[in-house]
Design a protein around this ligand. Structure first.
Ligand code: PEP
Length: 251
């Protein structure tokens, strides 16, 4: 049985004050979330503040991105070891905003994934198709190309220590959620691709859904056999919404 994970991607939002009240709000309702692990991925600069606030709580900490190198002359970048140093468990890699706005390739994403694991982080690998790719009927090819970049570089076993987030790009921040059946189809496909290489890894890996998840639609998504929680953008900025999504994972 895979434990659900509900991870909040706060993106480039918040201030010291708003983040303090967001974390306090989540902590205040944490007892109502009985089954899922919750994780928060603040902007880099606020990670130490959030780490201090989360001390002693069960909420895990993550970063929204990571560089693919250990150290060196990479102005503006953050190395994976720095993230473990300040208490991160997770790092999101290959978010569609990194891929589309900053032109990050499948290969670069795979190197970030490898570097994150090497430093002891659990990568949350985002995969997903654009609207035009879904309309062309090539969702599966896109998702397997994104997964293959990881498997080619690291081997399928690397996915045993990772989380995958299926995020159809047309559903991110748009208010359009994939239906539970649409999401389940792709999640089952992803698990099947991995199972062809290693059934134990496929059984173990958590596959999250992301794309306009809210308190009102989380339960029906999380009820699907291959959906193991969610990667949450907008709704993770509201403590009550985020908690309500977390409760949707209650056994
Ligand atoms: C995301 O950016 O990972 C995401 C899923 O965003 P939203 O929940 O706002 O669609």
């Amino acid at each position: 049985m895979r434990q659900p994970l509900v991870a909040g991607n706060w993106k480039m939002n918040g201030s010291l004050d708003s983040i303090r009240s967001l974390v306090e709000g989540i902590k205040a309702g944490l007892d109502s979330v009985t089954t899922a692990e919750l994780a928060a991925c603040p902007p880099y600069v606020y990670i130490p503040q959030v780490a201090a606030m989360l001390e002693g709580s069960s909420i895990a900490l993550g970063a929204q991105d990571v560089n693919d190198r250990e150290s060196g002359a990479h102005t503006g970048e953050v190395a994976p070891g720095m993230l473990t140093d300040i208490g991160c468990k997770y790092a999101i890699v290959g978010h569609s905003e990194r891929r589309s706005i900053y032109g990050e390739s499948d290969e670069f994403t795979a190197r970030k994934f490898a570097a994150a694991r090497q430093a002891g982080l659990t990568p949350i690998l985002c995969v997903g198709e654009l609207l035009e790719e879904r309309e062309q009927g090539i969702t599966e090819q896109v998702v397997s190309r994104q997964l293959d970049a990881i498997i080619d570089l690291e081997g399928v076993g690397a996915l045993a220590d990772a989380v995958i987030a299926y995020e159809p790009v047309w559903a991110i921040g748009t208010g359009k959620t994939a239906t539970p059946a649409q999401a389940q189809d792709v999640h089952a496909y992803i698990r099947g691709v991995i199972a062809r290489e290693d059934a134990a890894v496929a059984e173990k890996v958590q596959i999250l859904y992301g794309g306009s998840v809210k308190g009102s639609n989380a339960a029906e998504l999380f009820a699907m056999a291959d959906i193991d929680g969610g990667l949450i953008g907008g709704a993770s900025l509201d403590a009550n919404e985020f908690l309500s999504i977390g409760r949707a994972g209650n056994a």
